[in-house]
Write a protein that binds this ligand. Structure first.
Ligand code: ADP
Length: 228
């Protein structure tokens, strides 16, 4: 099995591409969903966040006030790295668990949907392939205005806080250009899927797993024969 990292920019069409991949039966791990799960009330990461950031980052229900926390880390790089140091180990562990699960189910590759994949270079080295869901910046602005209902000014401010999507182009192994209509995007996703499915990149991990399993069975068999 091998890992495929998928990313994009805000409103570039990542969710659209992921839903096509899921339709095709691909195994997709959503880092955003995991990031929410690991800070749910009662989790170790939740307790650490409350310990370091105080009760003011909590809603009345006791859950984290994500907007307040977001505002705090947006204005303080130290607090952002503190929060990352609390949440990232739990996120990575959960992603690893899900990856192993898909491996056991026999999937040839797993897609890791990671919003800031190209910003955090230490993650890309685990990926056999990286995919950028691209959309030209003008279309990106129009789609974000339509989706969010925010003003053009507000949308431009949000986009300015991210790495420009054009700068991610040279970092990706594959680009799905979602600037056109949905049919064109679908065609590109089908092509990518066919390419990944036909790749033999899954073989080394599969052979290693089979070798370990055969070794273990042989060892157990030898032990049993000695005992009997
Ligand atoms: P992301 O997950 O990257 O934020 P989405 O997949 O949610 O982006 O797409 C952003 C918005 O643009 C959504 O409202 C979606 O319906 C719309 N959209 C996505 N792809 C296309 C397309 N090819 N043509 C027209 N609208 C699109």
């Amino acid at each position: 099995m091998f890992l495929v990292g998928l990313s994009g920019g805000i409103a570039s069409g990542k969710s659209t591409v992921v839903s096509i991949l899921r339709e095709l039966g691909c195994a997709v791990i959503d880092a955003d969903v995991i990031a929410k799960q690991v800070v749910q009330l009662g989790t170790p990461a939740y307790s650490q966040i409350v310990c370091h950031f105080g009760d003011e980052v909590l809603l009345k229900s006791g859950e984290l006030d994500r907007e307040k926390l977001g505002a705090i880390i947006f204005s303080s790089p130290e607090k952002r790295s503190l929060l990352n140091s609390i949440t990232h180990p739990s996120i990575h562990r959960a992603m690893l668990r899900q990856t192993i699960w898909y491996f056991c189910l026999g999937y040839r590759y797993v897609i890791l949907d990671i919003p800031l994949l190209f910003e955090s270079r230490n993650l890309t080295r685990y990926m056999k392939h990286t995919v950028l869901v691209y959309c030209d910046p003008q279309t990106q602005v129009e789609r974000l205005i339509r989706r969010s209902g925010l003003s053009r000014e507000e949308v431009l401010k949000r986009l300015a806080a991210q790495l420009p999507i054009d700068s991610k182009l040279p970092l990706a192994d594959h680009v799905i250009d979602n600037s056109g209509d949905r049919e064109s995007t679908r065609r590109q996703v089908l092509q990518l899927h066919a390419r990944l499915e036909s790749s033999l990149g899954y073989l080394p991990a599969r052979i290693a797993a089979v070798t370990v399993a055969v070794g273990l069975v042989t060892l157990m068999w030898g032990l049993l024969r000695r005992l009997c």
